[in-house]
Design a protein around this ligand. Structure first.
Ligand code: UD1
Length: 304
């Protein structure tokens, strides 16, 4: 693994959120860290006292300008993370996830800061085959996916056109502490919540759909490597390279939580991706990234 950023002034957008707050924790000892967050899904209890907070909307250009002033490195994790909310309000998704990213890149250009951006496996849409490499066709099926594809593309363009150091990280299914059932939550936090309260675990559809679940700790390690690598101007998948079916996941969570919940099947989600699994050769080779948290260990620690 390449080294981590040290001695830098670092901005984390969405720094009170699920992924952003873990990133702040990993950076704070060795760097001067500030965040932008409007606390719409981020939480104050995720934050340590020694973090400088620029409170407000990522679409507020004046706020961005102040927050970016004097920084060396930007981690852009702020987003409207709900796919269904993006379907209901595409303009809101576009302004938050795509247009605000362009504003941020413009400010980064003014101060020549490196930018590591949170892209998503949503840009691939329904995969043609797995594992999914970075060159897989991009067929996003939601406004969220389209906006993340724009973010991902702008990252490369700002590198190619303006020489800005950018890296786009395409997250697969991220899970871990602080992903709560209140926000737009992933299936693991929903199943854990159901299992620990002995309510039925709700598998959508036949449960044979598969996902590549990557622990937030490994996502942080990918971000730290992206903050220091020479291999910029590129996008990298962030997953484990393994996948598990939702049926297997439900059983594993019930066991890990020592729960008596029954596993029930409810309606399949329309447009649900069938199989998703990352090809992580590129990030392995270029960033020295290696996933370290097995799903078994990740689930066990969430149950503690
Ligand atoms: C995930 C990301 C999304 C990203 C996409 C890219 C999360 C929360 N979402 O969506 O941002 O765009 O990957 O590929 O990480 N399920 C159940 N029961 C439930 C909830 C979910 O069976 O109560 C099933 C779903 O139908 C789906 C699977 O679990 O098949 C995963 O769902 P979810 O965690 O919402 O993630 P994705 O839809 O894969």
């Amino acid at each position: 693994m390449t080294e981590s950023p040290t001695g830098q002034t670092v901005l984390v957008t969405g720094g009170a959120g699920f992924i952003g707050s873990h990133l702040v924790d990993a950076l704070i000892e060795a760097n001067d860290v500030r965040i932008v967050d409007d606390f719409s899904s981020g939480r104050r209890e995720n934050l340590r006292d020694d973090v400088t907070v620029f409170e407000g909307d990522i679409r507020d250009d004046d706020l961005l300008e102040r927050a970016v002033s004097g920084v060396d490195l930007i981690y852009h994790t702020a987003a409207l993370v709900s796919v269904s909310a993006s379907v209901e309000d595409p303009l809101l998704s576009h302004s938050t996830n795509a247009a605000a990213t362009v504003s941020l890149l413009e400010h980064a250009r003014e101060v020549d800061a490196r930018v590591v951006l949170s892209s998503s496996a949503a840009i691939y849409g329904q995969p043609e085959d797995v594992p999914i490499s970075e060159s897989h066709p991009k067929n996003p099926e939601s406004p969220y996916g389209a906006d993340k594809l724009a973010l991902d593309t702008y990252a490369r363009i700002y590198h190619d056109l303006y020489g800005l150091e950018t890296v786009a990280l395409r997250y697969f299914n991220v899970y871990g502490p602080r992903q709560t059932a209140g926000d737009y939550s992933g299936v693991i936090s929903i199943f854990l919540d159901q299992a620990t309260s002995n309510r039925p675990i709700t598998v959508e559809g036949d449960g044979e759909q598969t996902r590549d679940f990557v622990h937030v700790r490994d996502v942080v390690r990918a971000n730290l490597a992206a903050g220091t690598t020479d291999a910029v101007g590129r996008a990298y998948n962030v997953g484990t390279g393994d996948s598990i079916s939702i049926n297997e996941l439900a059983a594993a969570i019930r066991d890990a939580a020592d729960s008596s919940s029954e596993i029930t099947h409810v309606d399949a989600r329309s447009g649900d991706v069938r199989d998703s699994r990352a090809d992580i050769s590129r990030i392995r080779e270029s960033l020295g990234y290696e996933p370290t948290v097995t799903l078994e260990n990740g689930l066990a620690s969430l149950c503690e």
